[in-house]
Write a protein that binds this ligand. Sequence first.
Ligand code: ADP
Ligand code: MG
Length: 463
Amino acid sequence: MNSNTNASSKMVLIDETASIDLAKRLLQQKQINLGDVVGAQVIDVNSSPTVIVYSYPLVKYRRTATSTELGHCNSSDDAKKLCQAVKSVAGIPLKRRNMIVIINPKSGKGLAQQVWQQNCIEMLSKHANINFKNENVILTTRANEATELAEHWDLSDIDGILAVGGDGTMYEIIQGLMKRKDLSEIRKIPLALISGGSGNAWSCSILYLSGMEKGLDSLQTTSTNMAFLVARGKFKALDLSIAENNTQGKMYSFLSLNWGFAAAVDIESEVCRCCGGLRFTCYAIKLIWCSCATYNATLHYLPLSRDDNNVMSKDIENGSSKNNDDGTNINIDVLLENDLLPSLNTPIEGKGWKTIDLHQNQFFMASQMPTLGGDMIINPNSKLDDGIINVQILDRANACAFTKLLLDVETGEHLNGSAVRVIDCVALRLEPKDGLVVVDGELVEREPVQMQIHKGFLNAFCT
Ligand code: ADP
Ligand code: MG
């Protein structure tokens, strides 16, 4: 950690306005960028109470710790006032927060524990004043454990839930949270995925939306940047879809429904887990050039109508908004119905629905986030709470064109050509005749699957 220990002369603080002005002046004097600050603390230096500021400037996409002595104070009361003033000026939480972290030691290359210890603990618990009680730091021991835990946690004083691992770890947590009876209150608790897996779409998407376009392929940079967002404490609404089929029932999806080629890449590349994120690219190239498989299905979808947003209208009818803060009058069962969809065994008919035949399909993905990982910008226009399921379809392209398209996904350029059909919708049903079906990275039965997006249902740490 870098430190700047130039001592200042003693100072006296008069009232709150004075301490805010003083904090502003000192932070400027010490050239501390307000947006880099994660915390401030009073410590004793040579028997005077001294305010230390912790900031994490971005150097080559990485956040590196710096501590700066802001100044000595005459009394510890003054020092505490200055400390709070610094936090207020820097726009970070004033109070100590309590959080839960769940670490999947088997995600990706098995680095999640190391990521947590080396890149997060000091920043979050020491510098940003976040309290992780012993029982709230959990290492998973088996698949699905996170779901069981999340369903029963005592969340009464919890200000954030963190997953260290890949998207599958976050997916498991969300499945547990969504089963809770107190869902209408706890759905507001902000969530963060600190990348430690091979698929880290959640963290890459949030960092991409915060303006970080490079460095997303490195766990080192994405994990420190995500921890930094948690430390800064800002969060926003995040869409959640309810997907359902007859075998698995309801699945709560924040990422994507993949079918055919994209599902095969996701699932069959599991054997190359040791390669980290590279496993997807290598396996995709192999599939395109060695198997040339195509797939068949029927897709029904309800297009997004921008003037008459289907998802929003439900909130208005209910006389409440999902984004209000008091949480009153929200009937969670009503909000959690896929009311735009008929039951799975009933044919789709009705106003606005469209149907297309996916014949010899090469690529199909319905996604809700801008990126699928550091080097896959699937939809640069996607926002966390736009209430849109973005469907991308490619049929009948030759292997060269298909490979080029996949390489272009790295920058989001693939949408500039005309080959990919893009549909923005709020609900869909896919009836696959062949191929695998995957929801948020989890393999599900090959049978009709349908989903509807619920705008801004959860909260996520972001800028
Ligand atoms: P990756 O991005 O590498 O796939 P994920 O976080 O998605 O990493 O985790 C993959 C799967 O690991 C999860 O779906 C979860 O069920 C499983 N899992 C969690 N903890 C353990 C464990 N201790 N041992 C084995 N599997 C686990
Ligand atoms: Mg979105």
